[in-house]
Design a protein around this ligand. Sequence first.
Ligand SMILES: NC(=O)c1ccc[n+]([C@@H]2O[C@H](COP(=O)([O-])OP(=O)(O)OC[C@H]3O[C@@H](n4cnc5c(N)ncnc54)[C@H](OP(=O)(O)O)[C@@H]3O)[C@@H](O)[C@H]2O)c1
Length: 286
Amino acid sequence: MSRIPNVSLSNGVLMPAAVFGVYQIRDLKECQKAVEDAIAAGYRAIDTAASYGNEAAVGHAIKACGLDRRELFITTKLWVEDASEEGARRAIDRSLDLLGLDYLDLYLIHQPVGDVYGAWRTMQSFYQNKILRAIGVSNFASDRFIDFAHHNAICPHVNQIEINPFCQQQETLPILNKFGTTPVAWAPFAEGKNNLFTHPTLESIAHRYERTVGQIVLRYVHQLGAVVIAKTVRPERMVENLNIFDFELEEDDMKRIAALDTNTSQFFSHRDPKIIEWMCSRHIEH
Ligand SMILES: NC(=O)c1ccc[n+]([C@@H]2O[C@H](COP(=O)([O-])OP(=O)(O)OC[C@H]3O[C@@H](n4cnc5c(N)ncnc54)[C@H](OP(=O)(O)O)[C@@H]3O)[C@@H](O)[C@H]2O)c1
């Protein structure tokens, strides 16, 4: 397997460039097995969230894998109902408890909704106390991100956003770069939407490099400068999705994939009032 490189966050913390994601693996036994398989395949970074309802399963897998805690990079996220100064305190404690950990490598505000400034003040103080090694945001569009970055003591170390061939964030990436914030790509495969895995352009490039479409897509997002998070429950795909660091896409192929961008989310808009209403009213049972 090709070695997974590290990316240095703006505070010097090293984050693996390939992360295993557990969104929509709701069955807790299946989630624990997937994380154990992912670690066996070579993953060292896991991405979960309070809202995924599977932090405890991730915690069981961390314990069962037998690796030294310092070899792992664990990310989880704050849901909207806890986006406040006091709520973030509760949420961080709860996530640590469910994961069975005494520190997190990265903690993110999941959505740009709620009292995110209050939540960030708490996160900054947990960061100063070394309970969070790095802190960041997720789903912050450029305008929200610039405002937030300018009006807090600590600029987010990470912004986790949707990045895939159909939604490439070409406007956002240079802005994050300017602030020293590392982009992390969720849904790099767009969850297979738009027939991504059988797209003729991606298939023809995959054929030339003797790689799979999945590997071409992950390599493309890596070459855009983002950390990639991929989800699969199949061990053979975990290995496949990690084998992207021993080849490079040439400029012409980068351009062909750049041309697939529709500059539109494959899921939903963070400016849709119905989506914001849903986020504001969603309660998570723990
Ligand atoms: N911050 C946020 O708001 C946010 C939102 C969404 C996701 N995320 C994070 O990002 C992670 C990844 O995103 P995602 O899970 O939404 O979608 P994704 O990784 O783009 O796609 C996952 C889908 O692709 C399939 N797949 C994976 N590898 C494959 C391969 N090599 N060949 C063919 N099919 C493959 C999986 O099926 P199988 O499982 O059957 O293999 C699954 O259906 C999440 O798990 C989560 O950690 C964050």
